[in-house]
Design a protein around this ligand. Structure first.
Ligand SMILES: [Zn+2]
Length: 456
């Protein structure tokens, strides 16, 4: 170890001891109180005062490590390379998990490029905002789980630092806006790794399920200057979930993606993910309800895959006809069960025949019967449930239903919450990243993008 480093360590030790002494002075009241404090009281006292100790140490360490930057009198312009003379030294107060610190940073200005530059900010990867990235990360984690005001209260309780709900909202929007699908979806290498982690019997390929579905999100138009907004409206969130079925039908998640968007954009997004999947190394099943947009997209991206109409959606349609035709009677139940069994046994033709022979009990029943005939005819090639069961393919898309609930409904459907479309999508991207285990990738990439932008 060089002498310089030894000196640095000793200087920090001395400074840290000084901080510790100051902090110990704050504990005298507790140490000398008549009544012995409870463990909780002692712990709470430490929580309240730890930023004085740790913030002080952080300030000292940053100060010592940045000595050469603070002394810097010239620096090359990051844009044109011109050697710049120090313009001024400006102080900035930063909030971190350990407490707040103040840094004095030399400032350089290039008259040619008309832009300023803080080399120390760049070296320390400082956020432009007062709340630094260690805090922003935790603000995100809470903000994507609970409404902003609740998150802000929890944040204060857990860290002793009190950002406003608005600040959490802004932080989340800033980071989520720069989270593209390319980063929210796991990389090709990671997808292959997850595929290889799945065990299969003999030479069987692992089963990969692509399930798509729509959910509903409450959206509102942008408010005008007058503060008058138009009425809110429910928009469809189009989403897909891709997962593997392990030997015992355990789900190994690969990727979820949900956005308030049109069918064309949904298709583009699915194409991007499809390009990362080695389609010849998995046995692919496409699952969905009757919506045309999802089948068009899935078949286009996975043309060789087995298509499966979601069994539960299909059963629901049958039950609807039973109810309109027979009411809540036993006959209705028996008819529904017999029809579903036929579909399950791959006897779609006979199920359709039965429907065609039915004498509708009224106008509504007639309409629903026709709809069901049409539905079964359109999706006939997606109804081979028995064959799916025999070859280990799933017949129900429970996986996407739970993703819809967990990713979209839990956070977006709150009483009184109406989302601007862009903010709703930002929230969905971050929630997908958390679910896909790409949250760190997204955050690190955001920080790199911000730090590449060195000029101010
Ligand atoms: Zn320049």
């Amino acid at each position: 170890m060089t002498q310089d480093k030894d000196q640095l360590i000793e200087a920090f030790r001395t400074a840290a001891h000084r901080q510790l002494d100051q902090w110990v002075d704050l504990q005298t009241e507790m140490l000398t109180s008549q009544k012995m404090p409870t463990l909780r009281q002692i712990s709470d006292q430490f929580t309240q005062t730890r930023s004085i100790l740790l913030g002080g140490c952080l300030q000292e360490m940053t100060f010592q490590l940045s000595a050469c930057y603070r002394a810097q009198e010239t620096a090359p312009c990051p844009c044109c390379g011109n050697l710049l003379k120090r313009h001024s030294i400006n102080a900035k107060t930063l909030q971190t998990m350990q407490g707040s610190i103040t840094l004095e940073r030399p400032y350089f200005y290039c008259h040619r490029c008309k832009s300023g530059y803080y080399p120390l900010d760049h070296a320390l990867e400082l956020a432009d905002e007062a709340y630094q990235y260690d805090l922003q990360e935790k603000m995100l984690c809470l903000g994507i789980e609970s409404p902003y005001s609740t998150s802000a209260d929890l944040f204060k309780k857990l860290t002793g630092i009190a950002p406003s709900g608005h600040c959490l909202h802004e932080t989340l929007n800033r980071i989520g806006t720069l989270a593209p699908i390319e980063e929210v979806i796991p990389s090709e290498i990671e997808i292959v790794r997850r595929i290889e982690s799945v065990s299969t019997a003999g030479d069987d390929l692992p089963v990969l399920v692509i399930a798509s579905d729509g959910a509903h999100a409450p959206t509102r138009p942008t408010g005008g200057r007058s503060g008058r907004r138009g009425p809110g409206k429910w928009r469809e969130v189009k989403g897909f979930r891709i997962y593997l079925l392990d030997g015992d039908e355990r789900i190994v998640h690969i990727a979820s993606w949900h956005q308030i968007q049109d069918a064309a954009q949904f298709t583009k997004d699915l194409e991007l993910v499809a390009a990362r999947i080695p389609q010849d190394r998995v046995n692919i099943a496409l699952l969905g309800d009757g919506a045309e947009w999802l089948w068009n997209a899935m078949v286009r991206c996975f043309p060789k895959a087995r298509q499966v109409l979601d069994y539960y959606h299909c059963s629901e349609h049958v039950h609807k006809v039973a109810k309109l035709q027979y009411g809540d009677s036993l006959t209705g139940q028996q008819w529904a069960e017999a029809t579903i069994t036929r579909l399950f046994m791959d006897q779609t033709g006979s199920a359709i025949g039965g429907l065609k022979r039915m004498q509708p009990s009224g106008g509504e029943a007639d309409k629903e019967i026709r709809k069901l005939i049409n539905y079964l005819t359109t999706h006939k090639h997606r109804l081979a449930y028995q064959e799916c069961r025999d070859t280990g393919l799933p017949i129900g898309s429970g996986g996407i239903e739970s993703a819809n609930k967990h990713i979209c409904h839990v956070r977006l459907k709150r009483s009184g919450a109406w989302w601007l479309e862009e903010n709703g999508n930002t929230m969905l991207r971050l929630r997908c990243a958390m679910y896909n285990d790409t949250f760190d990738t997204v955050l690190n990439s955001y920080i790199s993008k911000k730090c590449l932008k060195t000029v101010v």
